[in-house]
Design a protein around this ligand. Structure first.
Ligand SMILES: Cc1cc2nc3c(=O)[nH]c(=O)nc-3n(C[C@H](O)[C@H](O)[C@H](O)COP(=O)(O)O)c2cc1C
Length: 206
């Protein structure tokens, strides 16, 4: 199935993107196709003017429409999600997440604002009509250090466990959806047996 990693940080490098990549890599390892979209790379002028005629913005909105699941990540800014992410979510149609699964992620400077995921981001995502919003994953930068040897992100044990649980739950929900789509298309289990669950490609931007 097709999973979009939606990054809502204006910063580069981004701690939030580090978390998104970890989730994306695990989903890709399970055979899901992942694509990446970082809002900060969209044309700012078009975003602020909500210019859906801009071809880059239109393509980004189409990426959302094409996804079966969205993993959306944001830094906590002023006890809420980032304005950068909001400019993009505001461009989506009212039912822009209809039928989709959503896994929300956030990173913050401390644990104090971890509930921003639930009181700020979740209601906005819910207003876009997704099929299901999974429990979110929250981490601080200190919980997502780099491994000095490999140079790869090395989350502390508690966050690694949350990532594993979140990915497992999303993969399970995607499999349920895949089965429903197969049945809706009239493909029985035998016909579907030779069909891979999803394309194995992973497109993960740095
Ligand atoms: C403008 C600004 C506001 C922030 N507000 C908060 C906040 O209210 N609560 C918090 O825990 N962290 C806050 N932080 C810290 C960031 O959420 C944290 O560093 C985050 O991991 C940054 O992610 P990023 O590198 O993906 O942008 C703020 C950072 C900035 C730059």
């Amino acid at each position: 199935m097709n999973v979009l990693l939606l990054g809502g940080s204006p910063s580069a490098p981004s701690t939030t993107w580090r978390l998104l990549r970890l989730v994306g890599e695990r989903l890709a390892a399970l055979g899901h196709r992942t694509t990446a979209l970082q809002v900060r790379e969209l044309p700012a002028h078009a975003l602020l003017r909500a210019d859906l005629d801009d071809p880059v913005v239109a393509e980004a909105v189409a990426q959302v429409a094409a996804a079966d699941a969205i993993v959306v990540g944001t830094p906590v800014y002023k006890a809420s999600f980032s304005g950068v992410l909001k400019t993009f979510l505001d461009l989506l149609p009212q039912d822009g997440l209809a039928g989709k699964l959503v896994l929300p992620l956030a990173t913050g400077g401390s644990q104090s604002h971890m509930l921003a995921l639930d009181y700020a981001l979740r209601p906005v995502l819910a207003s876009l009509g997704p099929r299901h919003i999974l429990p979110g994953i929250y981490a601080t930068a200190a919980q997502l250090p780099w491994d000095p040897d490999s140079g790869a992100p090395a989350p502390v044990a508690a966050i690694a466990a949350r990532i594993d649980a979140g990915v497992e739950q999303l993969a399970h929900e995607l499999e349920l959806r895949h089965g429903a789509v197969r049945r809706a298309n009239g493909a029985g289990p035998a016909a579907a047996a030779g069909v891979p669950a999803s394309a194995p490609a992973a497109v993960l931007a740095a």
